[in-house]
Ligand binder design. Sequence first.
Ligand SMILES: Cc1cc2nc3c(=O)[nH]c(=O)nc-3n(C[C@H](O)[C@H](O)[C@H](O)COP(=O)(O)OP(=O)(O)OC[C@H]3O[C@@H](n4cnc5c(N)ncnc54)[C@H](O)[C@@H]3O)c2cc1C
Length: 409
Amino acid sequence: MKYLIIGGGPCADSAAKELRKGDPNAEITILTEEWHPPYRRLSLTKQAWDVPFENISLKTEDQNIIIECGLKAIDIDPKQKLLTCETNEKQEYHLVDPIYKTYEYDKLLIATGIRPRKLNFNEDIIYLRNYSDFCYLKSQIEGKEHPHVLIIGAGFTGLELGAELAKRGANVTMVYPEDLPCRNILPLDFCVQIVETMRKNKVSMISGETVKEFKYESMGNEFATKREGYNVVLESGRTVTEYFDAVVASVGNIPNTLFEDKINNDRGIIVNEYLETNIKDVYAAGDVAVFPSTLYGRNMRKEFMDNAIKSGKCAAQNMLGTPTTYDPILNTFFDAFDISYKAVGEYGMNMSASYKNIDGGSVIFYREDNIIKGIVFWKVKPALAIATTCIKDKLTLSDDEYLYMMKYK
Ligand SMILES: Cc1cc2nc3c(=O)[nH]c(=O)nc-3n(C[C@H](O)[C@H](O)[C@H](O)COP(=O)(O)OP(=O)(O)OC[C@H]3O[C@@H](n4cnc5c(N)ncnc54)[C@H](O)[C@@H]3O)c2cc1C
């Protein structure tokens, strides 16, 4: 049996390892555009700063899995079960024309994830999505005692990165168009806590602004180039007169859909409950897949590590011939300075949100039609298993009753 996986993220890793477990003799190949084998992508805003690549690697290759790096999948022939790829050298080194390669498959998994939305500037803006981006960011600030970093956008990734850089002595400025970060996800008090915590730790938070222009000359050095840093003019006309060593943007993502003339997609690759696409023996999972959730009564696409791992595993089980449905209750987490939360299920301010303060932290409840859909454990020890059961069982308890069940009372 030949299993082919497109993408070199945690979803590909999870699927490949599950395939190996279920079929010790199969040929399993991962094709990835990246120059590194699969690694814990979420470490790029966390542990990666202190350890070599080895420590964040998922060690997929140890399971007798072939990994081909620097290859971009560009076409599929579903009848012949053939995949065409081109070498990625052209983009990476701007040196050579691509070479084309063809791969046969019996079962194919698309786990191509997402790519960052880009801003319309020619400047050297870093979009932290892969290990090469991370190394580049590191090279821009390394050796400087207090490098100045501008982060555009204050979503969870931007905030985590801002906190990590500030902890390492960087002068971090965050610019974002909203009045408060994460207001679409969290009740007001918690967004205020985020801003206060960032400011307390010397991160400059500029709300209600976007970047209009980058300037090189106003530091008094007419020959300054982007290599030496720049300061920025904001949409309101205000100039941030700092000399930024690096500019990072974290302003949303776009799913890496493939073969759009052949595979159905709608803001992601559409799959059924078995993670099958409309093409026989072609599956999709991870950040790129739009799957139907019976539990939540809608189609979903999730950009969480937990989804990458669970859906990769589920897709592999289906590829191995064991029908397995995917209808997960997912966990995620966030860390910035002393703010740390864990979340279960769906959460967002499109639902009704209430919270209770306990043990110096809070538990936030998200409901739709009075039914609990998601719970955030904010600076408190999370009761993830009980919360998951509450959501699965569609309970309609009061906040206090939930707290009692979760043994906080
Ligand atoms: C900086 C950062 C911090 C994060 N922090 C958290 C966190 O705290 N908690 C959390 O739950 N999640 C976090 N995430 C999200 C989490 O990492 C993703 O949900 C997870 O990586 C998704 O896995 P995936 O394998 O589906 O896709 P990806 O990890 O995006 O991998 C997709 C792979 O496919 C490759 N690819 C794309 N197109 C092609 C093609 N045509 N041909 C070949 N290869 C292709 C890409 O190069 C990449 O290797 C974070 C992400 C980032 C970037």
